[in-house]
Design a protein around this ligand. Structure first.
Ligand code: AKG
Length: 185
């Protein structure tokens, strides 16, 4: 039993063996929603920050959709532009390494991103690196600018529901993220 890395399950030692030699533009990203069930100690070693504790999805008990992930990736890995599903907000806590974030409010579609009319699917024809090389600069002349920041180990970011976000790991990183719904947006 390993952790989910895209569509395959990999033992952690195999994933780290892969990361030690990986050089590709879109490195494999470990993204596992069942980490706390697989390794209960991992689930017990953190507490949900106080601001994010109201979670209306918890009424669904075991029926709730996946909502928490451990995320591990090397420099250059990350998540291309998307909006989180089911109107959830999220928090993302960096445990090791650092992540660069770019966030756009719901009414500002990032350049290079082509959502379907109902917003359910996102076509982002470029990789994260290519987005920074070819599209990032166009936002510099926009009146409304994206929010950008770097989160380092020990820091937590809040991603409000409906916001577009892109993340790139600036170095090998480990993070925990949770999606939730609360009465306040
Ligand atoms: O790659 C990351 O840390 C961000 C993950 C993310 O955006 C998400 O889970 O929706």
């Amino acid at each position: 039993n390993g952790f989910w890395v895209g569509p395959v399950e990999m033992k952690l030692e195999d994933y780290f063996r892969y990361s030690d030699q990986a050089r590709e533009e879109r490195p494999l990203y470990l993204f596992d929603p069942k980490f706390a069930e697989k390794v209960p100690k991992l689930g017990l070693e953190y507490e949900v920050p106080v601001y994010f504790q109201e979670d209306l999805f918890s009424v669904l008990g075991h029926e709730r959709p996946d909502y928490r992930w451990i995320i591990i990736g090397l420099a250059g890995s990350g998540s291309s532009f998307h909006i989180d599903p089911n109107s959830t907000s999220a928090w993302d806590a960096v445990i090791k390494g650092s992540k660069k974030w770019v966030l756009f409010p719901p009414d500002l579609i990032p350049p290079g991103v082509h959502p379907s009319p109902d917003g359910a699917e996102v076509a982002c024809p470029v990789s994260i690196i290519e987005w920074f090389m070819n599209f990032y600069i166009t936002t510099k002349t926009w009146k409304k600018k994206p929010i950008e920041c770097i989160c380092k180990a020990g820091e937590v970011i809040f991603v409000p529901n409906g916001w577009w976000h892109l993340v790139i790991n600036l170095e090998e990183s480990i993070a925990i993220t949770q999606n939730y719904a609360s009465r306040s947006k």
